[in-house]
Design a protein around this ligand. Sequence first.
Ligand code: GDP
Length: 594
Amino acid sequence: MRTMFNSFKKRLSLKKVKRSEPPCDDDLQSKRELFFKSDTVSGGGVSASVPPSAAPPAPPSTLKDALSKRSATLPEPQETNHVEANGIATKHSNSVSVDVSKPPSTAPPPTPAPPVPISAPPAPVPTPLRSTENIMKKPEHPPVAPKPDLPKIEKPKTKELDGYVGFANLPNQVYRKAVKKGFEFTLMVVGESGLGKSTLINSLFLTEVYDKDKHPGPSLRVKKTVGVETSVVLLKENGVNLTLTIVDTPGFGDAVDNSNCWQPIIDFVESKYEEFLNAESRVARKAAPPDTRVHCCLYFIAPSGHGLKPLDVEFMQRLGDKVNIIPVIAKADTMTPEECKDFKEQIMKEIGQHKIKIYDFPESTGEEGDGADVTKSLRARVPFAVVGANTVIEQDGRRIRGRKYPWGIAEVENLEHCDFLALRNMVIRTHLQDLKDVTSSVHYENYRCRKLAGLSHDGKPHRTNSNKNPLAQMEEEKREHDLKMEKMESEMEQIFQTKVRDKRAKLKESEAELARRHEATRRALEAQARELDERQRALNAERAAWERDTGLSLDDLRRRSLEANSKETVDGKEKKDKKKKDWSFKSVATGISI
Ligand code: GDP
């Protein structure tokens, strides 16, 4: 084990030397910039109205570079271990092919690329792309250099099977495994106090997620500064367990001066990414680290009828590339249907104008027929105008969740009254997994790339110091890298020590077990010997008593019996001889030979 550890250490130190060169991340930065600042705004069809930029974003080759750098710093065997139970997110990030042959550049760390000019000649408007597609789609660049001939991948031939083999059961295996493992989902609610966030969460999950006695809603916990609080509940439905984490932000937008009130929220979201990244990059990591990343953020807009407030714009602009934002119009029962429709249009217009990125519900969820049509129609309802209520009202024998007014009942679960059902269906029933996937493959990947490229959350280099000597910068990076390596080494050392400790403890245990067994056998043998001694003594006493009673000794008895035996033998021989003589006499007389 020690030799294995030493060889691994050697490998690490070799990599240390290689990694001392600064990373080449110019491309990465510019591509991130292109992605975030791209003129194509995804979400609710807003993007279609914006003309395409002259220079489309480059392919994510730098993402590969960043990955290759990461993989170069990590021990190889660990990579293969990291497969999540459901095989979706983390597997995806590991399966990106890495071009390690590319030598690292010695250029200083990158600075943000200038925004892409929009003065392009009119071109056909592209179909709006989802955030994931924005990253992954290859732009139509004129070829710069001839591509090297890649080995052709043969398309597998389709073969008919003669019988049932069993792999058709694979989906069931995955299903069972997923159900057994349970699901995790983290939902964040942001908005001013009193907009009905806690009421809506209770209505969404049809339970008192916010227990009134133990956990007053955010409005009752108004703070001078914005706080971030989480509450975790385990929900069960038809044998499926969902660990739901609700993140609320009491105090958001409640102060007179709300500048920077989004910062604690950004810090929270990024801290969860950081936790996940650390869990992933640990030497001894779990196959599937717990996913506490924020998968969805319901942003509550006050039903003012006047469009977005500056705070709404600022928040959504800053958080749009970090988390899936779903805008929600609170207390929709305070508006008439026309007012609500106009308000929605106004909000979507402003979202487009301010290039805000909101979660773009994919049109297709794999469902066909009616399911797909319903998804399409629900998708058109963004931003969802919702009504929340904790009370259930009886009407015509029906139990309705709603708000009772002198002029009628505003039903929560009625699509003609509000979009609550649309929101619930889209977030929980049809798109929950997509929200998790986008979090993992877009927002988390962006965070990871920024982190590996040494950029802060606003896309600027962490240690921006324009006056800094590039050599000094390189030195600093080298120092940081060495520190990281040392940390990894110490982690390895710790693991090694733990393993040695475990092995020693096991050896001690088996030694003690052997000693215990040896002692038990020795005791059993001693007891047997003692018993035999006692029986011997008893036999001797019995013999002495018998000799006393009979006046004979055993030796006498033995002698007598020997004598008797020998006499019997002699008598028997004489008889035999006599018999033989008689026979021979008779045979002579009769003439028969024997
Ligand atoms: P929070 O501070 O955002 O969590 O808001 P609460 O859920 O505590 O709700 C604040 C108040 O608004 C309570 O009195 C709720 O009954 C009321 N409320 C919640 N949802 C709605 C709604 O959809 N419409 C109306 N009219 N009132 C609501």
